[in-house]
Design a protein. Structure first.
Length: 345
């Protein structure tokens, strides 16, 4: 949560809106970028598709700007800044963000600007919209005067815990995790806008990474021109050996480059099952490509309690794709059944 608070704070400051709006994603989602709320409102700021498009968030096959912490925060805070210019009352801005701007504009035209007191305007908004503003006010009071409410807050969040890597070409998030020396799950959680381990055409080419991993990533990313990274895939060794013995026909300079990309020495002893990032053009019998283009396991064995919907959500594919790839005529699964998780071919 704390890195996301600092990220939202950056967007709020850039938009020139009151710092209290840093707390709005706390009201909406608890700062969770991938949360899906009632009515299919998605992301840290809980946008539906129509409002997201109006705010300028890309919604594409394989990418959802509502789930992208940086894109959604920039677009949401710009929307709030526009509402601030329209309403000139931050209480109405909050209601407009929750209920929709046109309903609040109609009430403003009918009633005129609300007085400063009471703090909660006596307008006929719904109970949920009224509570929404109350919760934001309550969080703001606690942050400003924690002692008054017998609350002990942690030290202030240090700024810029996250770094936005702006890329010149698409890069698989799993490969970015490897280059940054981070668990793939960490990079996936910070970049949940990418619904698969790919950057689809039309999506932003950027990644949020912990600032502490910045130099590690940049050093390894610079080993190749940006567009060449798209030619890499993850492989699993089918027998033990070294990178040198595995890739005997590769020239020494290229072998050393591939070793550097994998944080290895060419002659290091590697066990069977070791995973390596290598160019897709290296067709070696001793290597098995993991997960086709997506970097996820090719197969999944169904366990008790699992269904197509839960598996589609876990592996970030659609139920329709799972049915097509596995020639399923219905959504029923049986325990022990093996499912293909990527397109054949």
């Amino acid at each position: 949560m704390r890195p996301m608070i600092a990220l939202v704070q950056q967007a709020v400051e850039a938009a020139g809106i009151p710092s209290d709006f840093t707390l709005l994603p706390m009201v909406e989602s608890g700062y969770r970028p991938d949360v899906v709320g009632p009515g299919n409102f998605i992301g840290m700021w809980q946008f539906d598709r129509g409002t997201a498009r109006a705010a300028g968030m890309p919604l594409l096959p394989g990418y959802d700007g509502r789930r992208d912490p940086w894109v959604s925060s920039v677009r949401a805070t710009r929307m709030l800044a526009r509402y601030g210019r329209d309403f000139d009352d931050w209480r109405l801005v909050v209601w407009a963000f929750n209920q929709g701007e046109w309903g609040i504009k109609r009430m403003l035209a009918q009633r005129g600007a609300p007085p400063a007191e009471p703090a909660l305007p006596n307008w006929p908004v719904g109970a949920a919209t009224r509570d929404y503003l109350l919760r934001l006010m309550a969080y703001s009071c606690v942050i400003r005067e924690p002692g008054r409410f017998d609350v002990h807050l942690p030290p202030s969040v240090p700024p810029a815990q996250l770094w936005l890597a702006k890329l010149d070409a698409p890069l698989q998030p799993a490969l970015a995790a490897h280059l940054a020396g981070l668990p793939a799950a960490t990079v996936r959680a910070l970049n949940s806008g990418y619904l698969r381990d790919q950057m689809p055409s039309g999506a932003p080419w950027h990644l949020l990474l912990p600032r502490a991993a910045r130099q590690h990533f940049l050093d390894r990313y610079a080993l190749l021109p940006p567009r060449q990274w798209a030619k890499f895939a993850r492989y699993r060794m089918q027998r033990s050996g070294s990178l040198h013995s595995l890739l005997q026909r590769v020239g020494s300079a290229r072998l050393q480059l591939l070793a550097s990309i994998n944080d290895l020495d060419p002659d290091d002893a590697l066990a069977r099952g070791t995973t390596l990032w290598l160019p897709k053009t290296l067709h070696q019998r001793a290597l098995t490509r993991i997960g086709g283009a997506s970097g996820i396991p090719v197969w999944h064995e169904v366990s008790a309690g699992e269904n197509l919907w839960s598996l589609a959500r876990r592996y970030r594919v659609s139920v329709g794709e799972l049915r097509a790839w596995n020639h399923l005529r219905s959504n029923e699964l049986r325990v022990g059944q093996r499912l293909r998780l990527d397109a054949p071919g």
